[in-house]
Design a protein. Structure first.
Lengths: 435, 423
């Protein structure tokens, strides 16, 4: 522990954040003496930091699994919590203490915009669930319905009020700082809320569509770390000197493979695949849809005969066919994105940190940094997962069920009867025409 | 040109435009007030003449485009957008850094193009689909594009993002990141308001023309009220604005909102929604908002008005809300732009329009108003998107016959189940 501290003191930067992630390809500049004795020191610290990282990773994983087990509402709660922490880290980044002293209430403005954005994002994505939850209670239903109908207007006026507040608090000689903060606030809120609202929308479609992408990023990260730890040699990109091509390629393979496997495993649990129509927390039972029904593919003949290597028996190729859920093909696309494009989120964060000359966004998680450090790739993945789901998965569902849902949710009883009557008449007329 | 003598206020970027106003005394005129009053007056009227000259041209061109129709207005908005984006992109660019980063400006325009594809694809899907229904092949192509529009735009954005990261250069990180953020803010600002404007246009030119005219009226009225009566300054940000101008303009705007809505509401060209991208004449049933309701005047007023009753279109009440917003809240868009220019020590965003500055200077209040107009329209004016007709439309268009039968049966089953529950 002491040795690590002395190492770290030498790496302290101007904002006082000390965290030096060790890696086999990175040699600390202050140890340039005889190679033999220092290799041991290097190794000891390398394993020590890996141990610290592994311990906090384990805790995070456990906590995360518990929340997933608890259900959709608790996952949303977790995401909101992470959002608040991320926003706080990022708001603090460009704050300059001396400037802020002369501008009281300016930080309050940030949180005001945060609140407005939360109202807007969750109102938009969770409105259907909200309506379904309060459908039983008549007056509350009216209130909630009214709020949702005018939700856009309410949020707009809250934003305008904040906008006017901002303009009225502009102080001479502080314009540049205040405008910079204003723009920074917008960028942060955009970043944080786009990904979290898409994540929440995905969760209510079925925890599977949140858990799979998130797990793939975690798998990619862990695999890249270990491949780099053991085989890392050629650096990948100047932005992040710790990343290596071996880590990248190894992690890509691992991610794509695990995408295929994980989708199969996760797809068998109804808790994960059923969409949640309201904000309750009980058990779910539903018809998961054609995506999660396994289709059997017969194996080619040469794999099942005894000509195959004896090792194949471990994989139980005694079966003549193997079953693949259609969703596993979608998972391959998710895996491809997670391994190739999502790391750019990490590069972006590294570049940002470099431009601000900081080591980490925060220091909440020992060994990893702040929340934003963990979430940088997750953010890109969440957006992709939502857009992929909306473009390729939703349209393959049951259109009849979708439209039926919409009819039952958006029309009054009388209108539903009207629709039924008119549809019946049209179908009847068509039958007459065909005869 | 006498105006060149005011170049003492030029900033380091070399832009010289100093708008004179009676409440603003130029520092060099303090000494010999009497002889300078005449000079002041002449320059005040000269600059007003220049402003009036370009205003007349702008209004003339604008009216012509309105006469031409929805598609041409859309084109005008796209052009205005491009000019605004160009002005704003070049604002914070520093030429010495730019020399070391070739292709960086191209990135801005890539994001601009992606944003354009996204916003117009989202807001004009219905019109696009209706335009190409005649041609089978084109229809399939367009429907396919629309179905995956979100995905295509997302990938274009990701491509730009990856490109940005791969072009990050050591020691230029800070500049590049701030340019990236700046690009996002510009595109957000420019596209939200233009997308909303275009969506409003296709609902009926009225919903675009009324808000835009109210802003113009507010501006002009504030200018003239301030010109003649201006005394107490309004806000430190814009020393040229006065309380007299503000209040006078508010009253004028509210009154003209009421009157203009009545005048404009009579033209079907302005009130009918456009369902596709054609350019011909429009005929439609304008809807209950534009049908005059008659109110009989109280006996007192019979002395002043020869009419016994007054015809008011219900839309005029909505117009009052527009007028209120245009006079009280939209000026904050102007204050924002002023503060921004002060923060970055600029006199104007550009110099395309003589007497007024750049296009962004003219559009700053319009942007705030356009967003409000769209949101107001969506919340209070537009009929609900979920109705029996729209669903029937969807069902017949999107489902096969078997699916329609299935839907019919399931709906019937649901009704029966509900009746049992209630019994």
């Amino acid at each position: 522990m002491q040795r690590e501290n002395t190492m770290n003191i030498l790496q302290r930067n101007h904002s006082g954040r000390v965290r030096h992630r060790r890696h086999s390809t990175e040699a600390t500049p202050d140890i340039n003496g005889p190679g033999g004795a220092n290799l041991l020191v290097n190794d000891q610290n390398k394993y020590k930091s890996m141990f610290v990282r592994a311990r906090s990773s384990l805790w995070m994983l456990l906590g995360f699994s518990l929340v997933v087990y608890m259900g959709h509402l608790y996952i949303c709660g977790l995401i909101v919590g992470i959002q608040i922490f991320m926003a706080r880290e990022l708001f603090n980044l460009r704050k300059q203490a001396n400037e802020d002293r002369q501008l009281p209430g300016f930080r309050l403005l940030n949180w005001y915009f945060f609140f407005t954005a939360m109202l807007f994002a969750y109102g938009r994505f969770v409105s259907q669930q909200l309506v379904n939850t309060v459908a039983s209670d008549k007056p509350l239903y009216q209130v909630v319905n009214g709020l949702i109908k005018y939700q856009m207007f309410i949020c707009y006026f809250l934003y305008i009020a904040g906008f006017m507040w901002f303009i009225l608090t502009l102080k001479k000689r502080r314009y540049k700082y205040q405008f910079g903060q204003y723009a920074w606030t917008h960028m942060i809120l955009l970043l944080v809320f786009a990904q979290s609202s898409f994540t929440v929308a995905n969760i209510f479609e079925g925890i599977f569509w949140f858990l799979l992408p998130a797990s793939l990023i975690v798998v990619n990260d862990v695999a890249a770390y270990f491949f780099g730890f053991f085989f890392g040699r050629t650096p990948l990109i100047k932005l992040s000197p710790k990343k290596t091509w071996e880590g990248f390629i190894g992690a890509s393979f691992a991610t794509i493979l695990s995408a295929f496997m994980l989708a199969n495993i996760l797809g068998s649990f109804q808790w994960l695949t059923c969409p949640r129509k309201d904000l309750s927390t009980g058990w779910l039972h539903c018809d998961p849809g054609p995506l999660f029904k396994p289709k059997s593919y017969p194996l080619p003949g040469w794999l099942t005969t005894d000509n195959a290597c004896s090792s194949f028996h471990f994989f139980q190729f005694s079966w003549k066919e193997f079953s693949v859920m259609p969703v596993q093909w979608h998972a391959l696309a998710l895996g491809l994105f997670a391994s190739i494009i999502a790391p750019f989120g990490g590069f972006f964060a590294s570049g940002l940190k470099r431009s601000f000359k900081i080591k980490d966004f925060g220091d909440t998680i020992p060994g990893h940094g702040g929340f934003t450090d963990r979430m940088d790739c997750q953010m890109m993945m969440a957006v992709f997962a939502y857009i992929y789901h909306q473009s390729f998965v939703v349209s393959q569902g049951f259109p009849v069920e979708m439209i039926l849902d919409q009819i039952l949710n958006h029309l009054t009883d009388e209108e539903q009867h009207d629709l039924h009557f008119l549809l019946g008449r049209i179908l009847h007329e068509r039958q007459l025409e065909q005869q | 040109m006498k105006e060149s003598s005011y170049s003492d206020t030029s900033n380091y970027l070399g832009r010289v435009r100093h708008r004179k106003h009676p409440s603003e005394v130029s520092p060099d005129a303090d000494k010999a007030n009497r002889s300078n009053l005449l000079v002041n007056d002449r320059n005040k009227y000269k600059s007003m003449l220049i402003r009036a000259y370009s205003s007349v041209w702008m209004i003339g061109g604008f009216s012509f485009i309105i006469y031409m129709g929805h598609l041409y207005i859309w084109a005008l908005i796209v052009v205005v957008q491009i000019f605004m984006a160009r002005e704003l992109f070049s604002l914070l660019r520093r030429s010495n850094e730019e020399r070391q980063l070739p292709g960086f400006r191209l990135l801005n325009w890539h994001f601009f193009f992606t944003a354009m594809l996204f916003t117009y694809g989202r807001f004009l899907t219905r019109q696009l689909v209706n335009t190409v229904t005649s041609d089978k092949l084109l229809c399939q192509l367009v429907s396919g594009l629309i179905k995956y529009q979100m995905f295509i735009c997302y990938f274009l954005y990701i491509a730009g993002f990856v490109w940005f990261i791969l072009t990050l250069k050591k020691k230029m990180y800070r500049y590049q990141f701030s340019q990236f953020a700046w690009t996002h803010m510009i595109l957000l600002m420019v596209f939200i308001q233009s997308a909303f404007t275009v969506a409003n246009i296709f609902e009926g030119i009225f919903w675009f023309l009324l808000p835009a005219s109210l802003i113009i009226i507010n501006d002009i009225a504030a200018y003239f009220f301030g010109f003649f009566f201006g005394r107490t300054p309004l806000i430190k940000l814009s020393p040229k604005k006065t309380w007299e101008g503000f209040i006078g303009a508010s009253v004028t705007t509210l009154l003209s909102a009421f009157v203009l809505a009545n005048i404009m509401g009579h033209f079907q060209w302005l009130t009918c929604p456009r369902k596709d991208l054609s350019t011909g004449w429009l005929h439609c049933d304008p809807g209950p908002l534009f049908k005059p309701e008659y109110f009989s005047l109280p006996a007192l007023m019979h002395q002043w008005f020869p009419w016994k009753e007054v015809a008011i279109l219900p839309v005029q009440c909505h117009a009052l809300a527009f007028g209120l917003f245009a006079s009280i809240i939209a000026p904050f868009g102007g204050f924002f732009a002023s503060g921004f220019k002060r923060a970055f020590k600029l006199k104007d965003f550009g110099d395309s329009i003589p007497g007024h500055g750049g296009i962004t200077d003219r559009m700053d209040c319009q942007m705030v108003m356009a967003v409000f107009a769209y949101i107001y329209h969506q919340s209070f004016v537009m009929p609900p998107s979920f109705s029996v007709e729209t669903f029937l439309d969807q069902i017949i268009r999107n489902l096969t016959i078997e699916e329609q039968q299935l839907l019919y049966e399931q709906l019937g089953n649901f009704f029966q189940a509900r009746q049992w529950l209630q019994a």
